[in-house]
Design a binder for this molecule. Structure first.
Ligand code: HAM
Length: 419
């Protein structure tokens, strides 16, 4: 019989890899918590309509990437393609949208994309969102949070920040008009994809990877030239803050993002390490999203980090420590000694909760148990047999030193190991 395989683009995180994800998650959430963000958990499935109303009719996510399904004649449901919209729905539904909120989430998102390195159909994001913090100071805080994360993970030299402003709705209408006029001059040189975008969502042409289009883009109108004074002032405040804090950045006038809910400030942290899928973290301001899903105008801004991409970079830069082996490995001989080992383990942990203690539970000779302890790379091995126990003794073997093993009174072992 054939074995059943997982779905393409839906990956397992295996036991010897999961510690990397745990480390990255812990580092990020410690930093986010220290800035006063609180965790929010929202469902993985939402009504399809929620995403359709907010992400943009002509975006790739809505037109071709959603995992949607209908059950028993109910309205269509969708596996969330991203986290921002569900959080906005939860904030609004639970009457929190009138107050300041700083929240974070950690979870799987789903997009039916073509899988490749760094791009999966199920992928993990840790995101932060701030509501009712209208001032541009919040953008700066988010950029500082992200920069602190890169520093803590040791990748600040491998990540670069690109920023842009999309202005207000009127700016984008005028800019789109001017872009369409410009691209119409080059219509015969546009590829099929860009011709469709020209009709439906001309801003997306700015994202094109096609070399011919890139050439045309060099002289295309820039959105920054269309900003009104208010948007320009906001953008300049962020730039001033970044300069003051010595956070390096590049203004990329072609950065438009793949979701339609943004206004004014948008940004991406890019890395050269993960190949074509080089955006590690992305976000921006989205002051009209809550209104679009039925609430009042609620200023908001946030970002999300792609966790698999982050793990890929840290792996490539060899920044993960080797998987930690057990601190203490207990070998036992005889059933009473085996039972006693659990009591000993509990006492050791109560004195030092960060210890990792492994008790061998295979029916092996002492020699073979020691071989296993050696293979595991444990620092210390304790040998406890029914005979030693009867004599109130236990053997300590320091695996990484050449020192002979020593036999100590059983009553002293806790103080010896946790002093
Ligand atoms: P996004 O740019 O679609 O933005 O995704 C954010 C990050 O998620 C990307 O930069 C990337 O690291 C990761 N990512 C996206 N798609 C995939 C994929 N198929 N496989 C692996 N990683 C992926 C958003 O989702 C917005 N909700 C961000 C945001 C939060 N804006 C405001 N608040």
């Amino acid at each position: 019989m054939n074995t059943i395989q997982s779905i393409k683009g839906f990956n397992d995180v295996l036991p010897l890899e999961s510690y990397k994800f745990q480390y990255v998650e812990k580092t990020i959430t410690n930093i986010i918590n220290s800035f006063g963000f609180l965790e929010i958990r929202t469902p993985i499935v939402e009504k399809t309509e929620l995403f359709q109303r907010s992400i943009g009719d002509q975006t790739d996510i809505i037109t071709k990437e959603m995992y949607s399904f209908i059950r028993n004649g109910e309205k269509s449901f969708t596996l969330r393609p991203e986290g921002t919209v569900g959080v906005a729905r939860a904030i609004l539904q639970n009457g929190l949208s009138g107050n300041k909120q700083k929240v974070w989430y950690n979870g799987y998102m789903f997009r039916a994309e073509n899988p490749q390195k760094g791009r999966y159909r199920q992928f993990q994001q840790i995101g932060v969102e701030a509501y009712n913090l209208e001032s541009t100071k919040m953008e700066l805080e988010l950029l500082v949070v992200a920069s602190n994360i890169w520093k803590a993970l040791g990748i600040d030299q491998s990540v670069s920040l690109e920023i842009n402003s999309l202005g207000n709705a009127q700016t984008r209408i005028e800019y789109k008009k001017s872009l369409v006029e410009y691209f119409n001059l080059y219509k015969d040189k546009l590829d099929a994809d860009s011709l469709i975008r020209l009709e439906k969502n001309p801003l997306r042409i700015l994202d094109s990877k096609n070399e011919g289009i890139q050439d045309i883009l060099k002289n295309a109108p820039k959105i920054l030239d269309f900003l009104d004074n208010e948007s320009l002032e906001k953008f300049n405040f962020i730039i001033k803050g970044l300069d003051y804090l010595k956070i390096p950045y590049t203004v990329n006038p072609r950065l438009v993002r793949g979701l339609d809910y943004y206004n004014d400030f948008v940004f991406e942290f890019i890395t050269s390490n993960t190949g074509a899928q080089n955006t590690l973290c992305a976000g921006g301001r989205y002051d009209t999203l809550v209104e679009q899903i039925g609430g009042k105008k609620t200023p908001a801004v946030g970002f999300a980090i792609g966790i698999e991409r982050l793990v890929l970079i840290l792996d490539e830069l060899e920044l993960f420590e080797d998987k930690k082996s057990n601190d203490i490995y207990i070998c036992t001989l005889g059933s009473t000694a085996y039972f006693e080992a659990f009591k000993l383990r509990e006492e050791l942990i109560s004195k030092n909760p960060s210890l990792s203690i492994f008790i061998n539970n295979e029916d092996l000779s002492l020699k073979n148990q020691l071989k296993k302890a050696n293979k595991e790379g444990s620092d210390i091995c304790l040998i406890l047999g029914d005979n030693e126990l009867a004599e109130n003794k236990i053997v300590i073997k320091y695996m990484k030193l050449t020192t002979e093993q020593e036999t100590v009174p059983f009553s002293e072992i806790i103080s010896r190991l946790t002093a």
